[in-house]
Unconditional design. Structure first.
Length: 117
């Protein structure tokens, strides 16, 4: 039972950290649909449907995190969004992101590329 309690505490901590504001940075889209990171902290936001269960959401984070060029993945279940951070100079295609979301059993409603003001 201690393992279950520890797992719940880890999820609560992960969700609490997900509330931290996301700072947008600029990105460049290339003709082939990939996004090149201009800074070490380039973010991509994926709006997803159905991410309400922490266990299922963990699978979504793992699928996206396995993509080449992905440095970090954060899930904000309450808002239904996944925040993907690319490594500096990395690219990732929308098709690869959508496929990872689909394989995890979710639907990607939108993929957003925030820009710096």
């Amino acid at each position: 039972m201690a393992v279950g309690r520890q797992t719940v505490l880890v999820w609560i901590l992960a969700l609490a950290l997900g509330i931290v504001p996301v700072f947008a940075v600029s990105a460049q889209r290339s003709p082939d649909g990939t996004v090149a990171s201009e800074t070490p902290r380039q973010k991509i936001i994926i709006r997803v449907d159905g991410a309400s269960c922490p266990f299922c959401a963990f699978g979504l984070e793992k699928r996206i995190g396995r993509l080449d060029g992905v440095a970090d993945v954060q899930l904000e279940m309450k808002e239904g969004k996944v925040i993907v951070t690319l490594e500096k100079g990395a690219t990732v295609s929308e098709a690869a992101l959508r496929q990872a979301v689909d394989e995890a059993g979710f639907t990607a409603r939108a993929i957003l590329y925030p820009k710096t003001k």
